[in-house]
Design a protein around this ligand. Sequence first.
Ligand code: ADP
Ligand code: MG
Length: 138
Amino acid sequence: MNLPDEAATLAFGAGLAALVRLGDVVTLSGDLGAGKTTLARGLLAALGLEGEAPSPTFAIVQTYAPPETRLPVAHVDLYRIEDAGEAEELGLDELSADHVLLVEWPERLGADWWRDALKLRIEAVPEGGRRLTADVPP
Ligand code: ADP
Ligand code: MG
């Protein structure tokens, strides 16, 4: 799918908000600046979040819960994760049980972690926009 500008990325995130359920995991892949956080912001805004969601790069995990958002959401950025041990400490399994889990930099952990995830990838295109591809779980 073509995302010609930032508004399109936000709108895609908003559309995804209508589809996700508790326990769903969505991974967001792509280079720095691809638009992963932008997509997450679109989803969070559509779930009712007021104001701009911060990038979780430093906090690693940002959680949102009603009434701030209609569904509990955990927005995770694994960029700074060094190994699976650190990921265990984040309690991703527990988080995913009762949140919609959005994960930037899923590649920091093995593919086993994301078996059941909706895998989205965002890539820059020469024209300046982005291309989004999806890998739907079996
Ligand atoms: P990431 O989380 O992948 O590092 P961010 O979402 O923080 O990326 O930043 C993406 C940058 O690209 C922002 O400046 C945003 O405005 C811009 N952007 C997002 N989507 C698009 C798009 N479809 N076309 C062009 N620019 C975009
Ligand atoms: Mg980001």
